[in-house]
Design a protein around this ligand. Structure first.
Ligand SMILES: [Zn+2]
Length: 423
């Protein structure tokens, strides 16, 4: 018995009966057999424990800047290195010839994101630029680690969030916006409380992720919903005076398959708000929003995104020449309220108080951008905006994004409380 115990102890610390041997590390492997994964051209140096790679994704299905994979074979506590290059795939705008690779900066956050359980996501230390690559080091205390461009938010995350909210609150319903072209359900949360009729309620529509790579925008949508169903009395006011629709992921297929979505063929989701949309999500959302417009109560429409690598948080809005009052004044009031809250978030989320104004020359399909379509087809009092939340920043984490969503929701409450109540 004693002999056996000593033998097992020796085996544990790397001895065998034949003598001392080195405890060789397991080989590192890269796994992508899960929702939202994306990587290509993987090379692994087992000696330096370095994974070289670039974002995967089919460029015909959007910008190849999203990357997300799992590393197995890690020795807990060791430092592994990820050396990431920009995708070499050429990208093309719908309707034009292939052009050139996407600028690598879109794929290269200053800090990458990792998780050992797929639930809690944290930033790596700052990556180091080396030639065409950025090099991140990670020291996970586990034998397996997920590594990604930013905190992933998959169709399963959306479905879980919507279901949990509906279980937590009698005022929340888990609905399905539609089935995608890939036959995936598109989860939607519907919230309202109390006896007010539909006609007496403001309508609020919040959607994220028309561009699949912009995972942070879904976390903003989730933060909006969490605040809305919290015990905060202002949240209760909003539930009682409005009905609110939240769609955390619009482009569910590209989110599931790890494609970028932006400028996808034949039509970017956010250029698809035409009289005949191509994507099922846009057909369904446009139909529901049109119904709210017909009822004269499309009060606040918010389309959530992540911007360019160097941008702070900001709103996109149409130039005033393209709109009429009272839309312009109401919109500016809403921006003022949202800015005064979001810019005070601790820790800091940098935000510009000046919206970027878009004119008719922004894009040939500018009328088919969702927030513009809602302005152009909405009620005179409709506030319709795109919010771009900073992603390349130390506080662009799940908590930071959710704080933006919570403050955006509080701004909607404050804004609607200034509006005449519907009888
Ligand atoms: Zn976008």
């Amino acid at each position: 018995m004693r002999h056996l115990l000593i033998r097992s102890l020796l085996a544990l610390i790397g001895f065998t009966q034949a003598g001392i041997r080195c405890v060789a590390a397991e080989p590192l492997t890269v796994v992508t057999d899960f929702e939202g994964a994306s990587v290509r051209d993987v090379e692994i140096d087992q000696t330096t424990r370095t994974i070289s790679c670039m974002p995967g994704g089919d460029p015909l299905r959007g910008w190849p800047c999203w990357w997300y994979f799992r590393v197995n074979g890690v020795t807990s506590g060791e430092t592994i290195t990820v050396r990431l290059r920009g995708s070499t795939a050429t990208v093309q705008k719908p309707g034009s010839q292939p052009q050139k690779p996407l600028a690598a900066a879109w794929a290269m956050p200053a800090q990458a994101t990792f998780s050992t359980d797929g639930q809690v996501w944290q930033h790596t230390a700052k990556g180091q630029r080396q030639d065409e690559s950025i090099v991140y080091t990670i020291k996970p205390d586990a034998t397996s680690v997920f590594v990604a461009w930013g905190p992933p938010y998959t169709p399963t995350t959306a479905a879980t969030f919507v279901r949990q909210m509906s279980e937590k609150s009698p005022h929340a319903k888990a609905l399905e916006l539609c089935r995608s072209r890939g036959n995936r359900p598109v989860p939607m949360l519907h919230v309202q409380e109390g006896e007010r009729t539909k006609e007496q309620r403001f309508a609020v529509w919040v959607q994220a992720r028309q561009h699949a790579w912009e995972s942070g925008s879904s976390w903003v949508a989730q933060g909006f919903g969490e605040w809305l169903l919290s015990d905060n009395p202002d949240a209760a006011w909003l539930r009682q005076h409005a009905e609110i629709y939240i769609v955390p992921i619009m482009d569910i297929d590209n989110t599931a398959t790890g494609n970028g979505g932006k400028d996808a063929q034949p039509q970017d989701h956010n250029r698809d708000w035409s009289p005949q949309p191509h994507w099922n999500e846009i057909i369904a959302a446009q139909r529901m929003v049109s119904g709210l417009i017909e009822e004269g109560r499309m009060d606040v429409f918010l389309d959530l995104h992540n911007p360019s690598p160097d941008d702070p948080t900001f709103f996109y809005a149409l130039q005033p020449e393209l709109l009429k009052e009272p839309m312009i004044g109401l919109r500016d009031r809403f921006i003022e309220l949202a800015y005064s809250r979001i810019s005070k978030i601790k820790p800091l989320i940098p935000m510009s108080n000046k919206p970027k104004l878009i004119g008719a020359n922004y894009h040939p399909l500018w009328r088919q951008i969702s927030s513009h379509w809602v302005c152009l087809n909405g009620n005179p009092h409709t506030v319709s905006l795109c919010l771009e939340t900073i992603w390349n920043y130390q506080n662009s984490t799940t908590d930071g994004y959710r704080a933006v969503g919570a403050n955006l929701a509080a701004a909607v409450r404050e804004y609607l409380a200034e509006r005449p109540l519907r009888k």
